[in-house]
Design a protein around this ligand. Structure first.
Ligand SMILES: Cc1cc2nc3c(=O)[nH]c(=O)nc-3n(C[C@H](O)[C@H](O)[C@H](O)COP(=O)(O)OP(=O)(O)OC[C@H]3O[C@@H](n4cnc5c(N)ncnc54)[C@H](O)[C@@H]3O)c2cc1C
Length: 473
């Protein structure tokens, strides 16, 4: 064992820490017993990058950053951090909004080098957890296949969305991304490498998906695939108010007319709001779907129809990303609040919340996403949704025009008030939100599922080293 690794970490330079071979050989059985070399970088640049995320609200500086390139290295690092009593957080693409992938004075494990696409079969793809959804889609589309659920933004890592859920335009049909996982390779907080699925270590499989990385780090995922459609016919329908938007969204949902169904309330630039339904229909033939037949019975005042290749449609957010990066707003604070409302009172609660908001609360490119999904395909135990057949994702996607810290702090305070109101109305948090949560808040959030997570944590991360950024335990 290297004599004093802590000293090395304090040295202020990139160091190579050689981990204890004897311990590793004992635990890993057949693995190569030679001591692995893992680069722990404590240079100011790496640590500063790991102390930030997309939220630009929380900053927590780690002691060092490491970039494992194999599952074995992930295990080595976890065993070593446990031995050292250091906290550790996996980092995928760093798009969390409230420091969830940070570890103050601990180790941030950047999974960017663990990003291979291993195997594509007709119904599944095997990928490393650091791969982005963009690269997964690119590889599978080349074979005419695609994941059934894609997030609106593809620059997120597979591990990052499986840790929280992963919702997208087709979630009514296929649930969340965590519902489309066939198998996971993970390393537990004890440094044990396991493969889990509905039939092997099922309790761990359930605790890892949407489990906020409290028990294990995902290293590899086997994800379901569907045949990719060639094209998407997109409909943007406008409404004068939230009530008429909601009514048509419910109509469209019940009639299952669209393959993708979403919607939003966006600032209209003149102090009011635009209410819009956003839907897509997949098709392969040279004849596009019949627009009139699809829109019959809907009460929209205006419609815009566009037609895109499936891959271009999936990547549509990239344009906005480019714009926000160029105008600097990508790097401003993002105090997002993401929730799920009960279908039975979504209109009432959303109307009340929106009445208290103005365009400044969202920023010129911000929006409130609001649309219904069926919950019957959402089966991930730790993904908390209101217990109704239809729920509404209701998300304040705040993209402020300035980096004003006082404004961001105000929004965080508002987030708490709004969350309390939404919870009181039977709504639930989507934990990617920028919101301080106490351990009790999390226990309340997970409700009847709290024992599942608590027990799995006790069993698989007894040292309590994993993912301190949520303040769960
Ligand atoms: C522009 C934008 C658009 C978004 N759109 C959507 C959307 O359409 N649908 C949706 O559901 N969400 C969306 N999100 C939220 C996003 O899914 C989550 O923030 C997600 O966790 C970010 O993934 P990441 O790779 O950037 O993770 P990071 O920010 O790096 O990590 C997030 C959390 O996941 C954990 N984690 C990362 N990798 C692993 C791993 N391999 N194993 C275990 N835990 C891990 C981290 O420790 C951390 O707790 C969006 C976010 C942004 C910024």
């Amino acid at each position: 064992m290297t004599p004093n690794r802590r000293t090395l970490l304090h040295a202020g330079v990139s160091v190579t820490a050689t981990l204890a071979s004897a311990t590793l050989a004992g635990q890993c059985g057949a693995r190569d017993p030679r001591p692995p070399k893992i680069l722990l970088s404590d240079d100011p640049e790496s640590c500063a990058a790991a102390a930030q995320d997309f939220g630009h609200i929380v900053q927590k500086r780690p002691r060092a950053v490491c970039k494992p390139a194999t599952h074995g290295e992930v295990a080595d690092i976890l065993r070593w951090t446990r031995e050292q009593g250091l906290k550790v957080a996996a980092r995928g693409q760093g798009h969390a909004t409230y420091g969830r992938a940070m570890a103050e004075d601990g180790i941030v494990m950047d999974l960017g080098a663990l990003a291979a696409i291993h195997r594509i079969e007709s119904d599944r793809v095997v990928v490393d957890a650091g791969a982005s959804w963009h690269s997964v889609l690119e590889a599978t589309l080349a074979k005419g296949l695609a994941p059934p659920v894609l997030t609106n933004y593809l620059g997120l890592s597979v591990g990052g969305t499986l840790a929280v859920g992963g919702i997208g335009g087709s979630s009514s049909r296929h649930g969340l991304q965590t519902d489309q996982v066939l198998e996971l390779d993970v390393v537990t907080g004890e440094g044990v490498e396991l493969t889990c699925s509905p039939t092997a270590h099922a309790e761990l499989f359930d605790a890892v998906r949407a489990g906020l990385a409290q028990c294990a780090i995902i290293t590899r995922a086997t994800l379901a695939l569907m045949r990719a459609p060639k094209r998407v016919r997109r409909y943007l329908l406008s409404y004068p108010d939230l009530a008429s938007l909601t009514a048509d969204q419910r109509r469209a949902l019940d009639a299952a007319r669209f393959d993708q169904l979403q919607g939003a309330v966006v600032p209209d630039g003149a102090g009011g709001w635009r209410y819009q339904l956003e839907a897509g229909v997949f098709y392969d033939s040279s004849t596009p779907p019949d627009d009139k037949a699809l829109l019959v019975g809907l009460s929209n005042k205006h419609e815009t129809v566009s037609d895109l290749a499936f891959g271009d449609d999936a990547n549509a957010f990239a344009k906005l990303e480019k714009l926000l990066r160029s105008n600097g707003q990508w790097f401003n604070p993002h105090p997002w609040l993401l929730t799920y409302l009960r279908g039975s009172n979504a209109l009432e609660v959303a109307s009340e919340v929106i009445a208290g908001l103005n365009a400044d609360d969202l920023g010129p490119f911000g929006r409130i996403t609001y649309y219904p999904i069926f919950t019957n395909e959402c089966r991930t135990p730790l993904l908390r949704l209101p217990d109704e057949r239809v729920v509404f994702p209701f998300n304040l996607i705040r993209i402020p025009a300035s980096a004003d810290k006082a404004h961001a702090d105000q929004q965080l305070t508002r987030n708490r008030m709004l969350y309390d109101r939404i919870r009181a109305a039977g709504g639930m948090l989507y934990p990617v939100s920028a919101l301080a949560m106490s351990s009790q808040d999390w226990a309340d959030h997970f409700g009847p599922r709290w024992p599942l997570l608590r027990e799995a944590r006790r069993r698989h991360d007894p040292g309590g080293i994993l993912t301190p950024g949520y303040d769960l335990f």
